[in-house]
Design a protein around this ligand. Structure first.
Ligand code: F6R
Length: 330
C-alpha cells in the first residue's frame, strides 16, 4: 500500500489539469501584492515568476502590508484559508480599500471572500498545503486577468517525465536514490543560478524541512562564489559534511561556463556535488520540474531515515498556541 503522504506527492502532475471555477477576478492593471506563507507562499512565488515581464508582483510573507501604491491589488493565497499572517494582511487590505481576491480550499479566507462578494476561487481540499502547488497555481491564474496562460498540459507532462526519469526508471536503481543517499547525514546545499533554479532551491529547502525534518540551504550564484563556496574549499573543516546539489544549469552561455568552472573547481577541492537536471525550453516549467523532484527526494529521505513525512507537530503546536492567545485577547 502506498503511504498516503506519498500519494499526495504523486498527484502533483495531475493537479495542473484541474480546471478551477473562479468567482470574479482582480483588476487587469496595477501591481499585484501576493500574500502567502509556507507552501502557499511558494505557490505565490511561482506565480510571481510566471508573471515576470507581464505584471509587477511583490510576494509578502508577513503580518502586515508593505508600503502600498495606487492601483495595487492583493491576491491572498492560503490552502487552509486559516493562516493568521495571510488573514491579517487580507483584513488590512480590506481596511485600506485595496482590490483583493482569495485562493483557498476553505477556512475563514474563503468564507469572508464569499460573505463580502469578493473574487475568490475554491480549490480542492483535503491535502497538506505543501502538496497542493498545482491547484494553488491554477487558482491564482484564474483570478488574474491578462496573465499569460501556461501550457498546463505541458506542465503536467514535464513533471510526469521528470518522475519517470528520476524516480521510477525501468532499471532497478533510480537516479534520485543517489541524490537522496548523498543528502543523508550531510548538510544539503542547493547550488542555484537565476530565479527559476533559486525558487526550485527554496522548494527543496522547505520540503526537506517539512518532510524529512532536516536543515538545508540555498546558494545563489554568482553571489555565493564570493563567500559561501569557501565552506567547500580544501581548507574548510570537514566535521559537518556538505552535500552540494546543483539545481539545473544556466541557459545562457557565459553563465553556464562560469557555473561549470565553479563546479569543476569545487570537485578539485574535494567537494561532493550531484546535478539534478531535466531540461525544458520553457524556463517556468523547467523550474517546476526541478522543484517537484525536491518533493520526491524529501519524502524518500524521510522514509530512509525513519521520519514521518506528514507530521508537522511543532508547526501545529505553534499555530494552536497563537490561536489560543488570540481568542484570549478577543
Ligand atoms: C503544510 C505547509 C505549510 C503551510 C503554511 C501556511 O503542508 O506546507 O508550509 O503552507 O503553514 O498554511 P496555508 O498554506 O494553509 O496558508
Amino acid at each position: 500500500m502506498t503511504d498516503p503522504f506519498r500519494e499526495q506527492v504523486m498527484t502533483l502532475p495531475d493537479q495542473f489539469g484541474h480546471c478551477p471555477s473562479p468567482r470574479g477576478s482582480l483588476p487587469r492593471d496595477g501591481r499585484l501584492i501576493i500574500v502567502g506563507l509556507g507552501g502557499s507562499g511558494l505557490a505565490g512565488e511561482f506565480f510571481g515568476l510566471h508573471l515576470e515581464g507581464s505584471r509587477e508582483t511583490l510576494v509578502v510573507r508577513d503580518l502586515a502590508l508593505p508600503e502600498i501604491r495606487d492601483h495595487d491589488a492583493l491576491l491572498a493565497i492560503s490552502y487552509s484559508g486559516n493562516t493568521r499572517e495571510t488573514l491579517s494582511v487580507w483584513h488590512e487590505a480590506g481596511d485600506r480599500g485595496l482590490a483583493r481576491a482569495a485562493v483557498a480550499s476553505g477556512g475563514r479566507l474563503l468564507e469572508e471572500a464569499r460573505e463580502h462578494d469578493l473574487p475568490h476561487v475554491e480549490i480542492p481540499g483535503g491535502m497538506a498545503p505543501r502538496s497542493g502547488l498545482g491547484y494553488l497555481l491554477r487558482g491564482c491564474w484564474s483570478l488574474v486577468p491578462g496573465s499569460p496562460e501556461p501550457g498546463w498540459d505541458e506542465v503536467g507532462a514535464h513533471l510526469r517525465k521528470m518522475v519517470t526519469h528520476w524516480v521510477e526508471p525501468d532499471d532497478s536503481s533510480s537516479p534520485i536514490d543517489e541524490v537522496v543517499s548523498s543528502l543523508r547525514g550531510s548538510l544539503p546545499v542547493f547550488l542555484t543560478w537565476g530565479s527559476g533554479s533559486r525558487l526550485a532551491g527554496r522548494r527543496w529547502v522547505a520540503d526537506l524541512a517539512e518532510n524529512a525534518k532536516v536543515p538545508s540551504v540555498v546558494w545563489e550564484f554568482p553571489e555565493s562564489a564570493h563567500n559561501a563556496i569557501m565552506t567547500l574549499s580544501r581548507e574548510a573543516p570537514r566535521d559537518q559534511p556538505i552535500a552540494g546539489v546543483i539545481l539545473g544549469e544556466p541557459r545562457d552561455k557565459p553563465a553556464r561556463e562560469y557555473f561549470r568552472t565553479v563546479v569543476s573547481l569545487l570537485e578539485e577541492h574535494g567537494a561532493r556535488t550531484s546535478l539534478v537536471e531535466e531540461p525544458h525550453e520553457d524556463s517556468w516549467i523547467h523550474a517546476l520540474g526541478l522543484a517537484h523532484l525536491g518533493d520526491w527526494a524529501s519524502v524518500l529521505l524521510a522514509e530512509t531515515i525513519g521520519v514521518e513525512a506528514s507530521s508537522l507537530s511543532l508547526m501545529d503546536d505553534l499555530k494552536e498556541q497563537l490561536a489560543r492567545k488570540e481568542e484570549g485577547n478577543e
